[in-house]
Design a protein. Structure first.
Length: 488
């Protein structure tokens, strides 16, 4: 169903958008009241472990005109720079929260319109609006100064604009849709491979079909902006870097013992999330916070049988974990720290190479699939409240259970819907019937299967689209079930 502008949800778009923005602002205030320390500057923003890598380059740019450190592409930095023109560092980050929250509210409405376009049902669209509105899984990051909030909203806006451009045969909207896809890549460089299927879908659905001019217009924003980024990187480093400048992980992690432990764990498919209680990396002496909580790490599960190959044993790894704990304690002098770093890194590097050579199928294949478990086996509420579930008041327990249900519905039913739609891609009557399943499957699986990475937040950005698929698929199945009953 091509959007006509005549349905209730379309005619009253301003009311729906404003209500979503105000409602989402309530979540901002809830998180601030529950989790933000009162003694830090600013009002709404949350400083994450990654925040410095997004805003420090902009602060340096403001100070002396150089974008450094430059690990991150400036997808977050550019809007932050705009807000920094209006105030200091803390005001700029608070401004980013307001901006992210407004885009989040707009995204709720656009997801509902995508539901209307995909299902043809106004009832389904309104239901989807309500589900997206109350879900906290993605909008809980609206207060975070990182790419996690913007990636959610920008992805939804891109999908809506691209389908709208196809429906309206609008070259201008096609360029804008390409601009938002470019923004997604500048927020999450891993999304760059979406540049392969996207032009193919434009070729297929644009009228007249096989219009290479349309593809050129769609790719123009990325070609211009990424070319400028490449030129900048070449001048700064003398290297061709179209995306990040330090590879998958920043040097501050990659070259330290934590990076070496991560790579060893990734080689056999272990859980490297050091801030997750009970994770495999805790057993190796890497903790989140301070050494005072390391008893939990010592009690974490030891490496499984398939983690060993000839060349090292459990005793070898235990001895190494104790050396890591000594280093992490922060009690060593600088010379001793450098010496123990060299020892730890060289051993871990050797063990990783031994594993790659001794268990090639585990290393190259099974380890990647094991990462999927760490990515999706969550309940979607791990960061919702600071207080343990058992100590929450009744209404917060109910609210948390509601959010768990939303997560399982989105990624359970939505995952089935995505696979079903991809298998039936020849029957697709709209671009989003193929594009949305492609996006969600790629953006979920690329982390564990390609990058061997599996942080919970890596699937946050596709949550509204998963809700879209789950809701439309469920509505269609229920409608088919009613039709069969009525036919009896």
């Amino acid at each position: 169903m091509v959007l006509s502008g005549n349905t209730f949800i379309e005619r009253h778009w301003l009311a729906f958008v404003l209500f979503a923005v105000v409602f989402r602002w309530g979540y901002v205030e809830l998180k601030v009241a529950d989790q933000r320390p009162a003694d830090i500057p600013g009002r709404w923003y949350f400083y994450t472990p990654d925040t410095h890598s997004y805003i420090d380059p902009i602060e340096q740019l403001i100070t002396d005109g150089t974008y450094y450190p430059d690990y991150r592409m400036p997808g977050v930095g550019i809007p932050y720079w705009l807000f920094r023109q209006l105030g200091d560092r803390h005001s700029g980050m608070d401004g980013m929260v307001v901006f992210q929250m407004i885009l989040s509210g707009i995204g709720v409405y656009l997801v509902a319109l995508l539901g209307l376009r995909l299902s043809g049902s106004h009832t389904t669209a309104v239901l989807l609006y309500a589900l997206a509105l109350v879900s906290t899984y993605s909008c809980w990051y609206d207060t975070s100064i990182s790419s996690d909030s913007l990636a959610v909203s920008v992805l939804v806006i891109h999908v809506f604009l691209l389908q709208r451009a196809i429906d309206a045969k609008s070259a201008k909207l096609l360029v804008v849709a390409g601009l938002f896809l470019t923004w997604i890549i500048f927020l999450r460089p891993v999304a760059a491979l979406l540049l392969i299927p996207a032009p193919l879908l434009v070729l297929w659905f644009w009228s007249p079909r096989w219009s290479f001019k349309a593809v050129g217009l769609f790719l123009l924003p990325f070609a211009v902006l990424d070319s400028a980024w490449i030129v900048r990187n070449y001048r700064a480093h003398g290297e061709f870097n179209p995306l990040t400048n330090e590879g998958i992980m920043p040097d501050e992690i990659h070259g330290r013992p934590r990076g070496y432990v991560m790579r060893f764990l990734q080689s056999y498919g272990g859980n490297y999330i050091w801030w997750e209680p009970g994770a495999d990396i805790r057993w190796f002496g890497m903790w989140e916070g301070s050494a005072a909580i390391d008893n939990e790490g010592r009690n974490a599960k030891s490496p499984p049988a398939y983690a060993y190959v000839p060349g090292y044993t459990k005793d070898s790894l235990l001895a190494l974990s104790e050396r890591i704990r000594i280093f992490e304690s922060g009690t060593l002098s600088d010379p001793d720290s450098l010496a123990i770093i060299d020892e730890i890194n060289s051993k871990l590097d050797r063990y990783t190479n031994l594993y790659r050579e001794g268990a090639p199928f585990n290393y190259h294949v099974l380890s990647r699939f094991r990462m999927i478990e760490y990515l999706i086996t969550q309940n979607g509420t791990e960061t919702l409240f600071r207080t343990p579930f058992a100590q929450l008041p009744l209404w917060r327990k109910g609210f948390k259970l509601l959010q768990m249900g939303s997560y399982f519905f989105a990624y359970g039913i939505g995952g089935i819907a995505a696979l079903w739609m991809l298998l039936r891609w020849r029957r697709a009557t709209s671009l989003i019937a193929i594009w949305v399943p492609v996006i969600v499957m790629y953006m979920i699986l690329v982390y564990p299967l390609v990058l061997r990475m599996a942080e919970w937040r890596f699937i946050v950005h596709v949550h509204p689209l998963m809700l879209l698929l789950a809701t439309c698929f469920s509505a269609k199945q229920l409608s088919a079930l009613r039709a069969r009953r009525n036919a009896r």
